[in-house]
Design a binder for this molecule. Structure first.
Ligand SMILES: NC(=O)c1ccc[n+]([C@@H]2O[C@H](COP(=O)([O-])OP(=O)(O)OC[C@H]3O[C@@H](n4cnc5c(N)ncnc54)[C@H](O)[C@@H]3O)[C@@H](O)[C@H]2O)c1
Length: 435
C-alpha cells in the first residue's frame, strides 16, 4: 500500500520504517528540513535500537522515502498517518496546533480519496476537529465533493524498544466511522497476528489516554507503597513481586523508583486531566498520580542531600541521563531536575550516559558539570554515586572496583538495580527506594 507519514520523530520514523519493512511504499514527511536532509543521508535523528539498519535497508530497496514536501507525499498516498508532536501547553492541555496545520495541508493538497489516520496521542474529539478542518478547507478550494475518511490508530510503542513493540504489539486499536476506513486499515495491519480492537474514533482516542494514565497510576501507586516500606523496614521489591504475580494486577510497571518521565506519561496524564475537566469530570485520581510522581524526585534529591550533609563542593557522580534505558530521550528526565538542583546547591557533577550525553550537553551548561567516558571515570574521586537510569552496563559494573576508586563508598540508587545485602557485605553504604 502507498502510505504517507507526517511527522518523522520517534513514532513517525519507526512507524514509517516498519510499514516499509512489511512491504508498503512509505513516504515520511517532516517540516524540520535538517531532519529530512540528515535522513536522506541516512543520519538518524534519534537513537533507537535497530532503527538505522532497518532505515538503510528499506531506503536501499526503494520502499522508504523522506521529503519535506507534504504536497508530493499527500498526492501519492491513499493512507496518511499524522504522527506530529502534541506537546503540552502551560496549563497541561494538549497543544494541537501541529495536528490542525497538517489537517489543513492535507486538505489543500489531496486530489483523490484519502484516509487520514491520527497516530499522535490526542484528546478525545480531536478526530472530529480534524474532519471539520479538512471539510472547511476542501470547500474553500472548491473541492467539497472530494471524499475522505478520518480514523484514529493510537500508538503504544515504548522508546528504547520501539521497533520490537511496533512489530509485536499486544493489540492494535482502530477507531473508524466507515466500512471503507476499516477495510483499508485492516488490510494494512493484516500481517500483525494480534487482536484488532475496532471502535468509534472517540473510544480509540480515549483508549490511548486511559492506557498511559493507568500505567502512570501503577507507577505512582508502587512508589507511595515504597515510602511506607522505608518507614516500616519492609522491602518494596518483595512486596511488588507478591502483588504483581496476581494475574489480575500484573508484574509490569510495579518497579519503585524515581517516578515516570519521558515525552508521554507526564504530558498525557496532564492532557487527560484537562479534557476531563473540560467535560466536567473529576479525574483527581490522576492529579494525585502526578503529585506523587513529582514528590518522588524531590524525596530522592533529599536522600542525596541528607546523606552528604553539605552538598556544596561535593563531587557527585550521576549515572544515567535519559528518562529510561535504550533511548537518548531527555524529555521530562529526572536526571535534569536532579542535576540542576545539585548544581544550584554548589555540587560538582560528573556524569555518564551511553546515549544521551550530546543532547544533555545542549540543555545543561555549567562549568561544574563534566561528561565522563564511562562508569569508572565517573566514580573516581566521587563523594557519592547516584544511579538515575537503569542501563545494563551500570548493572554490570564492578562494585569492588567502584568502592576502591570513590572518595567514600556511597551509592544512592533511584532504580533499585543492586542487592542491598551484597552492598552491605562489600562495605558500600547503599540507599535505594523502598528497601
Ligand atoms: N515517543 C513515544 O514513545 C510515543 C509513543 C506513543 C505515542 N506518542 C505520540 O506520538 C506523537 C509524536 O511523538 P514523538 O515522540 O514521535 O514526537 P517527536 O517530537 O519525536 O516527533 C514529532 C515530529 O513531528 C514533526 N512535526 C511537527 N509539526 C509538523 C508539521 N506541521 N508538519 C510536519 N512535521 C511536523 C516534528 O518536526 C518532529 O520531527 C505525540 O503525540 C506522542 O504523544 C509518542
Amino acid at each position: 500500500m502507498k502510505i504517507t507519514i507526517i511527522g518523522t520523530g520517534y513514532v513517525g520514523l519507526v512507524t514509517g520504517t516498519c510499514f516499509a519493512e512489511l512491504g508498503n511504499k512509505v513516504t515520511c514527511v517532516d517540516n524540520n528540513k535538517k531532519k529530512i536532509a540528515d535522513l536522506k543521508k541516512l543520519i538518524m535523528p534519534i537513537y533507537e535500537p535497530g532503527l538505522e539498519d532497518l532505515v538503510r535497508r528499506n531506503v536501499k530497496e526503494g520502499r522508504l522515502l523522506f521529503t519535506s514536501s507534504i504536497k508530493q507525499a499527500v498526492k501519492e498516498s491513499e493512507i496518511i498517518f499524522i504522527c506530529v508532536s502534541t506537546p503540552p501547553k502551560d496549563d497541561g492541555e494538549a497543544d494541537l496546533t501541529s495536528v490542525e496545520n497538517v489537517a489543513r495541508s492535507i486538505a489543500l493538497n489531496m486530489s483523490s480519496y484519502c484516509l487520514i489516520v491520527d497516530k499522535s496521542t490526542v484528546p478525545v474529539e480531536t478526530g472530529e476537529w480534524v474532519k471539520h478542518t479538512i471539510k472547511v478547507n476542501l470547500k474553500d478550494r472548491g473541492k467539497k465533493n472530494l471524499k475522505f475518511d478520518v480514523a484514529s490508530s493510537p500508538e503504544f510503542l515504548r522508546e528504547g524498544q520501539a521497533i520490537y513493540d511496533f512489530m509485536h504489539p499486544d493489540r492494535i486499536v482502530i477507531g473508524v466511522e466507515t466500512k471503507r476506513a476499516e477495510e483499508l486499515l485492516s488490510k494494512l495491519y493484516k500481517p500483525f497476528k494480534v487482536p484488532i480492537v475496532v471502535t468509534d474514533i472517540k473510544s480509540a482516542e480515549l483508549i490511548k489516554h486511559a492506557s498511559n494514565s493507568f500505567l502512570a497510576m501503577k507507577i505512582s501507586f508502587i512508589n507511595v507503597v515504597s515510602r511506607l516500606c522505608e518507614k516500616v523496614g519492609a522491602d518494596i521489591t518483595k512486596v511488588a513481586r507478591g502483588v504483581g504475580l496476581d494475574k489480575r494486577i500484573g508484574k509490569s510497571f510495579l518497579d519503585a523508583g524515581i517516578g515516570y518521565g519521558g515525552s508521554c506519561f507526564p504530558k498525557d496524564v496532564d492532557a487527560f486531566i484537562k479534557i476531563a475537566e473540560k467535560h466536567g469530570c473529576d479525574l483527581s485520581i490522576l492529579t494525585e498520580t502526578r503529585r506523587i510522581n513529582s514528590d518522588q524526585v524531590r524525596l530522592f534529591i533529599k536522600k542525596i542531600e541528607d546523606s552528604l550533609w553539605i552538598v556544596k563542593d561535593k563531587v557527585i557522580g550521576v549515572l544515567g541521563l535519559s528518562f529510561k534505558p535504550g533511548t537518548d530521550d531527555l524529555r521530562n528526565a529526572a536526571s535534569l531536575k536532579i542535576i540542576e538542583r545539585l548544581l544550584s546547591e554548589g555540587a560538582c557533577i560528573k556524569t555518564f550516559d551511553p546515549q544521551a550525553m550530546p543532547k544533555a550537553g545542549e540543555i545543561i551548561k555549567s562549568s561544574r558539570l563534566k561528561f565522563s567516558k564511562g562508569v569508572y571515570d565517573v566514580a573516581k574521586g566521587c563523594d557519592c554515586l547516584v544511579i538515575v537510569t537503569e542501563w545494563d552496563e551500570f548493572k554490570a559494573m564492578d562494585l569492588e572496583r567502584i568502592k576502591k576508586i570513590m572518595k567514600q563508598p556511597l551509592i544512592i540508587d533511584g532504580r533499585n538495580i543492586f542487592d542491598p545485602e551484597y552492598m552491605k557485605k562489600i562495605g558500600i553504604k547503599y540507599l535505594s527506594i523502598g528497601r
